[in-house]
Design a protein around this ligand. Structure first.
Ligand code: ADP
Ligand code: TZD
Ligand code: MG
Length: 580
C-alpha cells in the first residue's frame, strides 16, 4: 500500500524526499486493515482526517451527537466482528463518545474510538488549551485498553494495538488518542510506509483444553433436567450452525438471552423461553454459552435458580468463571472452537434430557402461551403494549431479514417477549446496562453495514435520547422505520405531581407530542396511528418503501408498569411507615 505524497505545508529542507503527514498515515493504516466505515462528528482537529478518509474511499457517516456515532460503531463491530470506528473531536466530543465506548466494553462489542486531542505540552501543565483534557487517562477506566500516539511514525503500530485489543479475547471498547500536532506532523514517505502494520489474525482462535470438553459432556450426560442458555457472546461468535446442531442433537431445551434470540428461530420446539422462570428454577445442569451470570440472570442464585444446580460455562474470558456461582465445568475458549470440539466428541445418545422434564416444560409453555394469547388478542382502545406489538410482530413475521432495534422500559420488556426473531444477530437492544439512547445509533450502524431495513421499536422517553439522528437517517436515506411507543412518559404517562403544583411529574412527558412531524422536517414519512390495523399498515408500507419513516404509535398512558419488568430493582425505603 503506497503512502500518499503531499507537498503542502512542508518545510524547504524536507523537499529533498517525498513527505507525507499524520492525516495520510492514519487513513493508510485504516485502509490497510480493511476499515470501510467511520462514524463520527467533525471538528478541530479531525475535520481534515474525515475529509481525507472519505476522499480515499472510506465511507464517513456524520452524526449529530458523538454518542450516537459511537453506538453505531459499536453495533457495527458486533455485527461484523471487526472493530467499529468512531471519530470524535477533543474534550467534549471525546466525552460524548465515551459513554458509547464504555457501553461497548460492558457489552463486549469491538469498537475503537479515535479522538483528536489538544496540545500535550499545554494539557500536561494545565495551561488552558482549546478543549483541553487528558483524554487517554479519562478513557482508561471505561475501556479494554487506551493508547496515545505521540509521534507520526507510531500511528501504524498504535492502530494495530487498538485493533488487536478490541477484537481479541472478549471484545470491547478501545481508545486511541491522536493529538492534533501528530496529525499535522510531516514524515518521510518511505519511513511512513514502512511504519504501517497489517494486523495478522486479529482474533486468534482459542482452542479449549480437551479435558474441559470431556468434563462438560460428562456432566451433561448425568443431568435429568439440563438447560442451555445462549447469550450474545454466542451470537457474536457466529457459530450458528454448530450451536443449532449441538442443541438439536442433544435435545436439550434452551433459553436465548435477548440478543441471542434468532440464533435458533424463536418458534423452535426446544425453546423454553415461554417457560423461563420454570426452567431456571428447575434445571439441574445448566450450560451457559456466551452468557454471563449477571443481573440479567439473577446472578445465578436462589430463589430464581435451584441452589443445587451445577453449571457449565463456555466463555473466552476465563476470569468470568466463578464470578457469581461456582462453575463445575468451565470451558475456556472461543465458541466456534468449543462447539466444534463438543460436537466431535459427543457420543450419540449419551445425553438425554429426562422425558418428565421435557413434558413439564411443554405443559408450562402451553399454559403461558395461552395466557399471552389472551392478552395479545384483546383489542383495547387506546392500544396497550400487547396489541401494538402484536401488530408489529405479525408484519415482521413476513420480514425475517429486518433488524429490530428495541429500547425503553415496557416497550423493551414487552418487545423482547412478543417480537419473535428468526435469524441470528437481528435483535439489537439496551443490552447489559439496560441503557437508553442506543436506538438511532444502532439503527444507523445496522443499516449502514448490512444495507438491510431496520425497525426501531422505541419508548417515547428512550427515543428522545437520540431522536435528532432522524436527520442523519434522512441525510443518508437509510431504510430505518422508527416506531415511537408514545405513552407520554417514562414507564407511564399518568403520574401526578405530588406537590399539587403545575409542573409535570418526574416521569411524565408532553401529552400529545407529535413525534411524526420531526421526521417530516427532514423529508421522511411520518404517520400517526391509534389502532393495530393502521400500525400494521404503516410498518408494511414503510418497509416496502425502504425509506426513512417514523410512526407515532399512541399507547394508553396507563398501560405500563413502573420500570417495566424490573420493578424489583427500585430501592425500597427501609422505613416501612414512611408517609410517602
Ligand atoms: P447476555 O447479555 O446475552 O447474557 P453477556 O454479554 O452477558 O451476554 O455475555 C457474553 C459473554 O460471551 C461474555 O462473557 C464474553 O466473554 C463471551 N464471549 C464473547 N465472544 C465470545 C467468543 N467468541 N467465544 C467465547 N465467548 C465469547
Ligand atoms: N438514562 C439512561 C442513559 N439509561 C437509563 N436506563 C435511564 C436513564 C433510566 N430509564 C430506564 O431504565 S427506562 C427509561 C429510563 C429513562 C425510559 C422508559 O420510558 P420509555 O418506555 O418511554 O422509553 P416505556 O415504554 O414508557 O416504559
Ligand atoms: Mg414511554
Amino acid at each position: 500500500m503506497a503512502t500518499k505524497v503531499v507537498t503542502r505545508a512542508v518545510p524547504d529542507e524536507l523537499h529533498t524526499s517525498a513527505v507525507t503527514d499524520g492525516f495520510h498515515i492514519v487513513v493508510d493504516a485504516l485502509k490497510l486493515n480493511g476499515v470501510e466505515t467511520i462514524f463520527g462528528v467533525a471538528g478541530i482537529p479531525i475535520t481534515d482526517l474525515a475529509r481525507l478518509a472519505q476522499a480515499e474511499g472510506i465511507r464517513y457517516i456524520g452524526f449529530r451527537h458523538e454518542q450516537s456515532a459511537g453506538n453505531a460503531a459499536a453495533i457495527a463491530g458486533y455485527l461484523t466482528q471487526k472493530p467499529g470506528i468512531c471519530l470524535t473531536v477533543s474534550a467534549p466530543g471525546f466525552l460524548n463518545g465515551l459513554v458509547a465506548l464504555a457501553n461497548a466494553t460492558t457489552n463486549g462489542f469491538p469498537m475503537i474510538q479515535i479522538s483528536g486531542s489538544s496540545s500535550r505540552a499545554i494539557i500536561d501543565l494545565q495551561q488552558g488549551d482549546y478543549e483541553e483534557l487528558d483524554q487517554m487517562n479519562a478513557a482508561k477506566p471505561y475501556t479494554k485498553a487506551a493508547f496515545r500516539v505521540d509521534r507520526p511514525e507510531d500511528i501504524g503500530i498504535g492502530l494495530a494495538r487498538a485493533i488487536r485489543a478490541a477484537v481479541s479475547g472478549r471484545p470491547g471498547g478501545v481508545y486511541l488518542d491522536l493529538p492534533g500536532d501528530v496529525l499535522a506532523a510531516a514524515l518521510d514517505a518511505n519511513v511512513a510506509a514502512e511504519s504501517l502494520v497489517h494486523v495478522v489474525d486479529p482474533a486468534p482462535r482459542q482452542i479449549p483444553a480437551p479435558e474441559s470438553i470431556d468434563r462438560a459432556l460428562n456432566l451433561l450426560a448425568s443431568a435429568q433436567r439440563p438447560l442451555i442458555i445462549l447469550g450474545k457472546g454466542a451470537a457474536y461468535a457466529q457459530a450458528d450452525a454448530d450451536i443449532r446442531s449441538f442443541i438439536e442433537t442433544t435435545g436439550i431445551p434452551y433459553l436465548p438471552m435477548s440478543m441471542a434470540k434468532g440464533l435458533l428461530p424463536d418458534n423452535h420446539p426446544q425453546s423454553a423461553a415461554a417457560a423461563r422462570s420454570f426452567v431456571l428454577a428447575q434445571a439441574d445442569v445448566v450450560m451457559l454459552i456466551g452468557a454471563r451470570l449477571n443481573w440479567l440472570l439473577g446472578h445465578g442464585k436462589a430463589p430464581q435458580w435451584s441452589s443445587t444446580a451445577r453449571f457449565i460455562q463456555v466463555d473466552i474470558s476465563p476470569t468470568e468463571f466463578d464470578s457469581n456461582r461456582p462453575i463445575a465445568a468451565p470451558i475456556a475458549g472461543d465458541i466456534c472452537s468449543a462447539l466444534s470440539i463438543l460436537l466431535t466428541k459427543l457420543k450419540p445418545g449419551s445425553i438425554r434430557p429426562g422425558s418428565a422434564w421435557l413434558d413439564a416444560i411443554a405443559k408450562r409453555k402451553q399454559g403461558n402461551v395461552e395466557r399471552m394469547a389472551a392478552h395479545l388478542n384483546a383489542n383495547p382502545s387506546p392500544m396497550d403494549f400487547y396489541s401494538a406489538l402484536r401488530a408489529i410482530r405479525d408484519v415482521l413475521a413476513e420480514h425475517s431479514d429486518v433488524y429490530v432495534v428495541n429500547e425503553g422500559a415496557n416497550t423493551l420488556d414487552f418487545g423482547r417477549n412478543i417480537i419473535d426473531m428468526r435469524q441470528p444477530r437481528k435483535r439489537l437492544d439496551s443490552g447489559t446496562w439496560g441503557v437508553m439512547g442506543i436506538g438511532m445509533g444502532y439503527a444507523v450502524g445496522a443499516a449502514v453495514v448490512s444495507s438491510e431495513p431496520v425497525v426501531a421499536i422505541e419508548g417515547d422517553s428512550a427515543f428522545g435520547f437520540s431522536g435528532m439522528e432522524l436527520e442523519t437517517i434522512c441525510r443518508y436515506d437509510l431504510p430505518v422505520v422508527t416506531v415511537v411507543f408514545n405513552n407520554n412518559g417514562i414507564y407511564r404517562g399518568d403520574d401526578v405531581n405530588h406537590s399539587g403544583g403545575t409542573d409535570p411529574s418526574p416521569t411524565v412527558l408532553l401529552k400529545n407530542a407529535r413525534y411524526e412531524k420531526l421526521i417530516e422536517a427532514f423529508g421522511g414519512t411520518g404517520q400517526y396511528v391509534t389502532d393495530p390495523q393502521s400500525l400494521a399498515k404503516a410498518v408494511t408500507d414503510a418497509l416496502a418503501a425502504r425509506k426513512p419513516a417514523l410512526i407515532n404509535c399512541i399507547i394508553d398512558p396507563r398501560a405500563g408498569t413502573e420500570s417495566g419488568h424490573i420493578q424489583n430493582l427500585n430501592p425500597r425505603s427501609a422505613i416501612t411507615n414512611s408517609k410517602n
